[in-house]
Write a protein that binds this ligand. Structure first.
Ligand code: NAD
Length: 502
């Protein structure tokens, strides 16, 4: 790792006469990474960005040394020190227990908000949606990306979808703050809370609660399936869109593609202490070393970084020079079109063209204006513990006997419950569908069964000792328990899903 190095050489810093250089960590990455990073840093230097750069090595070479994280421990020191990371794409080796560096970095540095502006540059970059200018704000740490998966039976694997109230509050507040800060008018939320009433339901609820604090902004919620269709069909009707991790992962790529090229978009990953900025595309290994890659995605990441570190004046200068370059028709291979483009250039010449236009504004495309502040982040808030009552337990079984007839399993579990005090079997479900009592013979059953036990007194609390007795009795009946989930009432409200048909 070199301390304070720049594209211009070691131990120099990109600075102007106003303000101290801001320490940042830079990684040149793999494939086209070094070329587009070089182009980006040259533009930033020419624009007068005040940066003190520390370089770290990540990606292929680090993985090849047997480091499955793709980043050396010493590099974390730089990231913890500067708290700002400008990262070129890396090549992720296939298989071999290798961990995604992006996911690791996001989680280790607490980067909870992924922000991806997706704007059309028509007619200079052809798109069916010339008016689109949407920002996707994706929750970055939770949801199924907690990565907690288990195989439970021969036939069934599960992935836990974890959504927390502090996680929802931070991302939703960030989206509203971002909208205010950037002069946006509307914030839309996508969830699937008609199905996932607790997890996505919480995200939607927090959106409504926090949205009420921003009366000046328009708010709307769409179920993600129809919302995604609408976004793909008429993206110009959206402004800022906030959503849980998985939907955001998919739809931020859709939105970037709709602008005409994934090669143009940058993104930021923001936490309350650290931030990471990058292009959205990968390392494009086949283009590496050919001076043909478009550096615009990484440059857009760098523009977001300049705003984040309080150098909006430079961000504005760079972005407007870039817009001018695009409308002058100076285009790299990926966006070059006969008739629209005037000059086909390589990576280096594109950077030179942007540098030559620093100080100029676009004439046909709208010029950008940036305020000199980053979007406010908030730390997670803690609430007092709720009143919590245990009112039952779901015991999950691996069972594949008796042709998987739910009535057979039901009869055995009824006998188990009869041998216990104050416990009854309420229902059995298979993949969420109630199959006992009164199931349909048509329902396909796997070897994974959820058996719900509650008190014989309607909705009365049970004790944890009762849960242990149920488990002991089920085990004694030679049935294989694979896991349990407790059924709780929080502040008097039942806080678990019902079986379909329960
Ligand atoms: P990719 O984004 O690298 O390439 C997809 C296509 O887009 C290719 O045709 C490529 O030539 C083109 N392209 C991408 N960026 C371009 C640019 N700046 N200029 C011109 N054309 C460009 O995706 P991929 O091929 O699926 O992945 C290649 C490698 O990158 C893989 O190892 C993948 O794991 C990795 N990757 C890394 C990141 C990251 O570091 N953030 C993100 C995505 C993929």
């Amino acid at each position: 790792m070199n301390s304070a190095t720049t594209a211009a050489g070691p131990s120099s810093s990109l600075s102007t006469n106003h303000g101290l250089p801001v320490p940042i960590t830079v990684a040149r990455g793999d494939g086209i990474g070094p070329e587009i990073m070089d182009a980006t840093l040259r533009i930033l230097a020419a624009a007068g960005a005040r940066l003190a750069i520390e370089e770290i090595e990540i990606g292929e070479k680090v993985y090849a040394r047997g480091n499955t994280a793709g980043i050396d421990p010493a590099s974390w020191d730089s990231l913890r020190r500067t708290k700002v990371f400008l990262k070129a794409p890396i090549t992720t080796p296939q298989g071999g227990g290798v961990k995604s560096l992006n996911v690791t970095t996001r989680k280790a540095m607490g980067l909870y908000a992924n922000v991806r502006p997706c704007a059309a540059y028509a007619p200079f970059v052809p798109t069916r949606h010339p008016k689109m200018n949407v920002v996707i704000i994706r929750e970055n740490e939770e949801d199924t990306y907690a990565g907690i998966e288990h195989q439970q039976t021969d036939e069934v694997v599960q992935c836990l979808k974890l959504i927390s109230r502090p996680g929802c509050e931070r991302i939703v507040r960030y989206a509203f703050e971002y909208a205010l800060q950037n002069g946006r008018k509307k914030v839309t939320c996508f969830t699937k809370d008609n199905i996932m009433k607790l997890t996505d339901g919480l995200f939607h609820k927090v959106f409504d609660e926090i949205g009420a604090e921003y009366p000046q902004l328009e708010k709307e919620h769409w179920i993600v399936d129809i919302g995604a269709a609408k976004l793909a069909d008429s993206p110009e009707e959206f402004d800022v869109v906030v959503m849980p991790n998985l939907y955001g992962d998919i739809l931020s790529d859709v939105a970037a593609q709709l602008t005409g090229s994934v090669g143009l978009a940058g993104s930021s990953n923001i936490g309350s202490q650290c931030a990471m900025f990058e292009a959205i595309h990968g390392s494009a290994p086949r283009r590496a070393g050919k001076d043909s890659a478009n550096p615009s995605g990484l440059l857009h990441g760098a523009i977001l970084m300049l705003i984040h570190i309080g150098q909006s004046d430079i961000a504005e200068k760079v972005h407007n020079a870039w817009l001018r370059t695009i409308e002058d028709g100076v285009h790299t291979d990926d966006i070059y079109r006969e008739g629209t483009s005037s000059k086909r250039v390589g990576t280096r010449a594109f950077a030179d063209a942007v540098i030559a236009r620093l100080g100029q504004a676009p004439v046909k495309l709208a010029a950008v204006r940036y305020q000199n502040t980053a979007t406010r982040t908030s730390s997670a808030t803690r609430r007092p513990r709720a009143t919590k009552e245990l009112i039952g337990v779901d015991v999950f079984l691996h069972w594949d006997e008796a042709d998987r007839d739910p009535r057979q399993l039901g009869a055995r579990l009824e006998r188990v419950a009869a041998g216990l005090n104050d416990v009854r079997l309420k229902m059995i479900s298979n993949r969420g569908v109630k199959v006992y009592p009164d199931g349909f013979p048509e329902t396909f059953c796997t070897d994974h069964w959820r058996c719900r036990f509650v008190s014989t007194t309607a909705e009365a609390p049970i004790s944890f000792d009762t849960v242990l007795q149920i488990l002991g009795a089920v085990h004694a009946a030679k049935l294989e328990v694979i896991k349990t989930e407790h059924l709780y009432r929080f502040n008097g409200v039942k806080s678990y899903s019902l079986g379909q048909g329960e």
